[in-house]
Design a protein around this ligand. Structure first.
Ligand code: N01
Length: 549
């Protein structure tokens, strides 16, 4: 394959006129970096990454809001493909903060010498399949044109910020920011009256930190949310030793579990467990903290009654923490099953509402009417604000893909094929878009997992497929229509077997974006099962794909 390419392994930093790359990768987060390493250093292909930001990191480059921290435990939030690489990095806390994750990704990029093949400050605007040449033509915002045999999107799941269309925003005389586009120089809230809109994972992380410096913080809550204490702390020397000495074993566990975390869901039922014992197990999980709370019982995510035991436990905790009963009642008035929306973990979120300088506004009781020059007006009153923080999430999974004008065979836009919701095969390929692979797009277990795990699996699978094509002289791979239909049905069935679709307003359902089709976006059948399916497909000569020359 690389014989047609004028680029030797890793030699190119600048595009040359007429050059045809083997692969273009969009995005330089975990996914794009590893994909570059696999194609360039393992297969010896000419590959480049196009990245809109000025540095590597993806999500961790943009999300610099106060309190930004990974909810996966640090010893599992890493690449697993190289034990040596994993041992060479030492995390400092149980959950790594944003600056530390960004340092880690720069460390990996430098160690693998990736940056010379990443074009920074280069935003892809469009990509079009050239049927005659069997190549992707890619254009960037700065007017560059690139051509490549394969196009691989590694654009992240949560990178298209959702700034709500609230009337009057342009009239606001204070400053407003979205958490996912946080200014690199930071925002000084000292002496300011801050309004925060949104109480998802991000809002729950940033409210306690903003409250520490702002003169006053008003949290505008539309949907009350569960949260479990993270119990973040510096790692002990003993734990650091454990993580270093057990790299392979930890990675094996991550690959074997449903969500890619380094722990298994308990094999017991919440309903079959006597109430006192159940309470003791929840107490222990609460004391331990973190996403592992969800793994306390095996039926929490599939049985509504079982789920209610977890939900009631957390509601009782909220009422116990928050001193003002009216505020506590609003925070505990949660309308969906526990973990049907992505379950946040926190460092003092509910405790924050015991501070004198923090207030909660329940938008169900008094919806926002408009933003005024002086603040936010709800149906009840105007809240005077100097700054507004939008912790309002993202156009998840499809937003960044559809923001690019991607056109397949017959100049068909991806947006047309996905008009009623995303459709693909294994989350990896769309019929009519040959040689285009997506990493952790819709239809992949992606956001339901500890992200490095699906990312590595996808990248390795794509690399294997491309290697097979090279070895057999094939130039084109495309998902078959019937395989795509069957996968869409599988994604729907997997979601239906859980309680996840019950959170009708969740971004998993696309419900946070006006006009977005309401379909459950990720594959909820579990990462381990997904891996088996993909391995089987590859072993069966890429069943469901057409490989041709
Ligand atoms: O976004 P969200 P997020 N008026 O969509 C509210 C990952 N993550 O940035 O629920 C008023 O979850 C909205 O209200 P409602 C993680 O996968 C990971 O917090 O739609 N409110 C909700 O409260 C997570 O799931 C980590 O009623 C409006 C909030 O804004 C994903 O990112 C850390 C509104 C948005 O919550 C997204 O989390 C943080 C409006 N017009 C996040 N529009 C780590 O692991 C929206 N809202 C590090």
């Amino acid at each position: 394959m690389a014989t047609t390419s004028p680029l030797a392994n890793g030699a190119a930093q600048q595009p040359q006129a007429g050059v045809i790359l083997d692969a273009l990768i969009i995005g330089a987060g975990f996914a794009g970096m590893y994909q570059l390493h696999c194609l360039r250093d393992r297969l010896g292909l000419a590959a480049q990454v196009l990245e809109a930001a000025a540095g590597v990191g993806g999500t961790w480059y943009w999300n610099r809001y106060p309190g930004a921290r990974c909810d996966s435990e640090s010893h599992a939030y890493r690449f697993s493909f190289s034990e040596e690489l994993a041992r060479a990095w030492q995390w400092s806390e149980r959950y790594p903060g944003q600056p530390e994750v960004l340092r880690y990704l720069n460390f990996v990029a430098d160690r693998l010498d990736l940056k010379r093949d990443i074009r920074f400050n280069t935003r892809v605007e469009s990509a079009c399949w050239d049927e005659a040449a069997k190549l992707w033509q890619v254009s960037t915002a700065s007017g560059e044109r690139h051509r490549a045999r394969f196009l691989i999107t590694a654009v992240g799941c949560l990178s298209s910020a959702n700034i709500p269309d609230i009337p009057g925003l342009e009239s606001f005389e204070g400053r407003w920011v979205h958490t996912g586009q946080w200014p690199h120089e930071g925002v000084d809230f000292r002496g300011l009256r801050v309004g925060q809109v949104g109480t998802g994972s991000t809002g729950i992380q940033c409210a306690p930190v903003i409250a520490e410096t702002a003169a006053h913080l008003t949290v505008f809550q539309r949907t009350a949310n569960y949260s479990v204490p993270a119990r973040n702390a510096p790692l002990t020397d003993e734990f650091k030793r454990y993580a270093r000495d057990n790299v392979a074993e930890i990675s094996r566990t991550m690959r074997a579990t449903r969500n890619g975390h380094p722990f298994f869901d308990a094999d017991r039922s919440a309903l079959a467990t006597p109430p006192e014992e159940r309470q003791a197990l929840y107490d222990a999980a609460w004391a331990k903290g973190g996403l592992q709370f969800r793994a306390t019982f095996g039926d929490i995510i599939s049985n509504l009654e079982a789920n209610k035991t977890a939900a009631d436990f957390i509601r009782a905790k909220i009422r116990g923490i928050v001193r003002d009963p009216v505020t506590a009642a609003k925070l505990a008035d949660i309308d969906h099953p526990y973990a049907a929306k992505r379950p946040p973990i926190d460092s003092g979120y509910f405790e924050t509402f015991n501070r004198d300088n923090v207030a909660l506004v329940d938008l169900r009781a008094e919806p926002i009417e408009r933003i005024t020059p002086r603040g936010i007006r709800t149906s009840r009153k105007e809240y005077a604000l100097d700054a507004i923080v939008f912790a309002t999430g993202f156009d998840g999974l499809t937003g960044s893909l559809l923001a690019m004008d991607i056109r397949g065979r017959g100049d068909t836009p991806l947006g047309d094929v996905w008009r009623d919701g995303p459709r693909n095969y294994l989350g990896l390929q769309v019929t009519g878009f040959p040689n285009l692979f997506m990493i952790t797009g819709p239809g992949s277990p992606s956001v339901l997992c500890n992200m490095p795990v699906p990312i590595e699996q996808h990248v390795e699978w794509i690399t294997g497929c491309i290697a097979r094509m090279r070895d057999t002289g094939m130039r084109q791979v495309e998902a078959r229509a019937e395989a795509m239909d069957a996968w869409v049905a599988k994604v729907n069935a997997a979601a239906a077997a859980t309680l996840l679709p019950m959170a009708a307003h969740s971004w998993y359902m696309g419900a946070n974006i006006p006009g977005k089709p309401r379909v459950f976006l990720p594959y909820a059948g579990g990462m381990a099962r997904y891996r088996e399916i993909c391995d089987q497909v590859a072993a069966n000569h890429y069943e469901g794909f057409t490989l041709s020359d």
